[in-house]
Design a protein around this ligand. Structure first.
Ligand code: C2E
Ligand code: MG
Ligand code: MG
Ligand code: MG
Length: 291
């Protein structure tokens, strides 16, 4: 057995252990330096208001440009960041970066844009989370109504604690969205306790609207539930006009997906803001003339 030393922990492994695990250990070690080495950056995916075709909000999505491995997907490194605790500094950095960016767009003359930032479960247990977010809002001079925090149903693990934290966050003036709604295998009763503003319909449901009657029924149910609970809805992962058509007919308010735009570099978004909106309006007008 060999011992390999990584900062703050010793990991023992056998040569028989899968290379997946070794790869994970290496990535975790590299991730510890990624922030300091400026290897992380944030992209922003437009969310389209279906009434107007306007981009009223964006979702901030972190990216890792690894020096030798190239781009590493957040689907791969976020779980590693969560398990190792590195999500705490990364999460704070993403939040600061996103708030500063929105302020900068405002100063560049863009219409007001709200930014949605993903929170991990570990961050909800971070001692100073509320103070940290408050000071980021103060330092960036961002009106809290332009910040939305995305949580997931994994956070129903400790309803009392999370309810308390979410109320403190709401008191700052930010809004809360439930990401990947319907995929968390949790009871829906948290909707009574958590002060939630928005549900994000998971991409897996949206993408099977056409092919799977169950997914279609789930989308209908989420839209109708949101209406009754007076929650906003964002549908994620719209790639096809047929999916959009269904969501428009169901009075969904906002959509996010490759049909309109991939996540974008902030400069690109700024320079092409009008073109992105024109494109969205063209797609929406084509729907209306069809009907
Ligand atoms: P998410 O929060 O559900 O983000 C939406 C994901 O769906 C993004 O993947 C986005 O690029 C992708 N997406 C959007 N529209 C489409 C579409 O039309 N088709 C397809 N195939 N995909 C679409 P991404 O950027 O790879 O992020 C994956 C996940 O990583 C995120 O899922 C989120 O859970 C996590 N993540 C990303 N950035 C952060 C962060 O800053 N903090 C935390 N805690 N998690 C993050
Ligand atoms: Mg999200
Ligand atoms: Mg997510
Ligand atoms: Mg999602």
């Amino acid at each position: 057995q060999e011992a390999r030393k990584v900062p703050s922990r010793i990991v023992f492994y056998e040569t028989s252990m899968s290379s997946d695990i070794t790869e994970k250990i290496i990535l975790e070690n590299d991730l510890r330096h990624a922030l300091d080495n400026h290897e992380l950056f944030v992209e922003y995916q437009p969310q389209i208001d279906l009434q107007t075709g306007h981009i009223l909000s964006v979702e901030a999505l972190v990216r890792w440009q690894h020096p030798s491995k190239g781009m590493i997907s957040p689907g791969l490194f976020i779980p590693i960041a969560e398990e190792s605790g590195i999500i705490i500094p990364i999460g704070q950095w993403v939040l600061e970066t996103a708030c500063r960016q929105v302020k900068q767009w405002e100063q560049a003359g863009l219409p007001p844009i709200k930014v949605a930032v993903n929170l991990s479960l570990g961050q909800l247990f971070q001692q100073d989370l509320v103070e940290m977010i408050q000071s980021v809002l103060e330092e960036t001079d961002l009106d809290p109504k332009y910040l939305q925090l995305e949580i997931t149903e994994s956070m129903t693990i400790n309803i009392d604690h999370i309810t308390m934290i979410l109320h403190q966050l709401k008191a700052l003036g930010v809004t809360i969205a439930v990401d990947d709604f319907g995929t968390g295998y949790s009871s829906l009763s948290y909707l009574k306790d958590f002060p939630i503003d928005c549900l994000k319909i998971d991409r897996s449901f949206v993408q099977k609207i056409q092919s799977d009657p169950t997914d279609k029924a789930l989308v209908d149910m989420i839209l109708s539930m949101a209406k009754h609970l007076r929650l906003k809805v964002v549908a994620e992962g719209i790639e096809e006009v047929a999916q959009l058509n269904y969501l428009v007919a169901g009075h969904c308010e906002t959509v996010q997906g490759f049909l309109f735009s991939k996540p974008l570099h902030p400069t690109y978004l700024q320079d092409n803001y009008q073109a992105l909106q024109d494109n969205a309006q063209t797609i929406l007008e084509a729907l209306h003339t069809q009907c």
